[in-house]
Ligand binder design. Structure first.
Ligand code: GLN
Length: 508
């Protein structure tokens, strides 16, 4: 009886699930058992780095007991969430998918984790990712590669591949990743789920292992906009422990969306009511659609889509954006420079792996520890970053890339003076075969063409799974708004998902 009960888990949103909890027809324990059974059955996907099986069941029992005792439930009561292996959770392992942090346990929790737990979420485990969040395919991890549940031969995207697959394969309700140059949006695109990277500074980075601090932002994966909105409003906001977090008030995204859907209110950022062609002005970057690396089928589907948006009454204009070719080089110069500095703390003295080479003195001790501890891609980036910061090359590379970043920011400001939304592909292709790009790092980097822009200029971006390729894999579109316009972004996304059938993930 119990077995049948949890196998029937069929809630499509947090709200629906919590209604069943309220009624007593379902329990948090049922939900955890449901997910654990799937995690074990689909363990070949390799989505988890660390699974907290016993603890999740205990937390579920405590939440169920609180509910029976009439204790006011938190807004995420019983919501089963997975977090990327770069987000600290006190007394739990966190390794950033790297040998250098093997065996390390966090001494404190990230602010996002504190928020989730305070609201009654159940953290079911840490999710596999590319080492130090560097990668686009989740093939660089000490835990091995993550497989795309739709085709295990294919990559799930990266670096938050485990977080994307966990939602894709229903191994948890919602997951957190990090996005420095697309690591939430691109794997969401490859896996057929929704991925949101908020504005830089919207969510505290305290407790997020840094890759490139002026780009990093925690992001969310889910299957619907309502769940993303609810969790976003809980984890966003100013944090005295992160001086780059914004003091801007956080709107009640979920409530605003709900009222808007009923036509009861209007978006303060733009006047729109969900379900009717909105008054958003949409810009499409011409060079993005025409780029030679874009898969021709994705191009033609997006062109049809844009045509259809116009027919539906949307104002869409193609604008020229001649800076596209500078974006990837600027991103890789600036992020590797920041990474070379951020990763210098992993020295074998304070935490993590320490060389066993006997009598290693100074500087051999550091050299050995770091050579043994870091993987190939991380070493490549530390070297590249050190190079672009070195005297003689600083002006030629680092300063130039900073200038590109400033020009991009300026150009973006002009675009948003006229438009509310920028639409582009999320990635130039659908999920590729594992091993296809591992021997050619530049080809891998170029595939970040459409996502790194939002990180360079600090704006929010979302990937929406709207299409299916004839190769059977999903792909989406990326929508971006001006900074701190997440409400518009979420409302626009909900509008699109209501009008266009979202990609449907087959039952696994
Ligand atoms: N694929 C990009 C990179 O390898 C993005 C990584 C990220 O967003 N963490 O840098």
């Amino acid at each position: 009886m119990q077995l049948l009960h949890y196998l029937l888990f069929s809630f499509t949103s947090i709200h629906e699930y919590q209604e069943a909890l309220k009624e007593g027809s379902y329990s948090c324990r049922d939900a955890v058992i449901f997910y654990l059974e799937r995690i074990h059955r689909l363990s070949y996907l390799n989505a988890f780095a660390h699974l907290y099986e016993k603890e999740s069941l205990q937390t579920a029992d405590k939440l169920d007991a609180d509910h029976s005792a009439g204790i006011m439930p938190g807004r995420l009561h019983g919501v089963v969430i997975g977090i990327k292996d770069v987000i600290c959770y006190r007394d739990h392992p966190v390794t950033a998918g790297s040998h250098i942090l093997e065996g390390f346990h966090s001494l404190y929790s990230a602010t996002v984790v504190e928020h989730l737990i305070r609201e009654g979420a159940i953290i079911i485990g840490h999710l596999n990712c590319d080492e130090f969040a560097m990668g686009s395919s989740n093939e660089n991890s000490i835990y091995g590669r993550v497989k795309n549940a739709l085709d295990p031969e294919k990559v799930p995207g990266g670096s938050s591949g485990g977080s994307a697959v966990a939602v894709q394969a229903s191994l948890c309700m919602l997951s957190l990743g990090s996005d420095t140059g697309g690591s939430v949006r691109q794997p969401a695109d490859f896996c057929g789920v929704i991925g949101l990277k908020p504005t830089y500074g919207r969510i505290s980075r305290y407790g997020l292992i840094a890759y490139a601090s002026s780009f990093d932002q925690i992001g969310l994966f889910a299957r619907n906009i309502k769940d993303i909105s609810l969790v976003l409003e809980i984890i966003a906001g100013f944090d005295p422990k992160d001086s780059t977090s914004s003091r801007r008030p956080v709107p009640s995204y979920a409530e605003r969306l709900r009222l808007n859907a009923q036509g009861l209110t209007q978006n303060a950022e733009r006047s729109t009511v969900i379900g009717q062609p909105s008054s958003y002005k949409i810009a499409v970057l011409k060079e993005a659609l025409e780029h030679p690396s874009l898969d021709p089928e994705i191009r033609s589907k997006l062109r049809d889509f844009i045509g259809d948006l116009r027919l539906k009454g949307y104002q869409v204009k193609e604008i020229s954006f001649d800076l596209l070719d500078y974006i990837v080089p600027a991103y890789y110069i600036l992020t590797t420079a920041e990474a070379s500095s951020n990763l210098s703390r992993f020295d074998g003295v304070r935490y993590g792996h320490r060389t066993k080479v006997p009598d290693a003195g100074f500087p051999e001790f550091y050299q050995e520890t770091r050579s043994e501890g870091f993987g190939k891609e991380v070493k490549r980036r530390i070297l590249l970053g050190t190079f672009v910061l070195s005297s003689g090359y600083y002006e030629a590379y680092f300063s130039k890339a900073q200038k590109v970043r400033r020009i991009l920011t300026e150009r973006t400001r002009l675009i948003f003076n006229e438009f509310d939304i920028i639409l582009s592909p999320t990635a130039p292709s659908t999920a590729f075969k594992s091993g296809e790009k591992t021997s050619d790092p530049v080809a891998m980097y170029l595939a970040d063409l459409y996502t790194v822009y939002a990180n360079l200029v600090g704006i929010p971006g979302i990937s929406l799974p709207l299409f299916t390729h004839t190769n059977g894999m999903p792909f989406g579109i990326q929508a971006m708004t001006n900074q701190f316009r997440e409400l518009s972004l979420l409302q626009f996304s909900e509008e699109l998902l209501q009008q266009y059938k979202s990609y449907e993930i087959p039952t696994l």
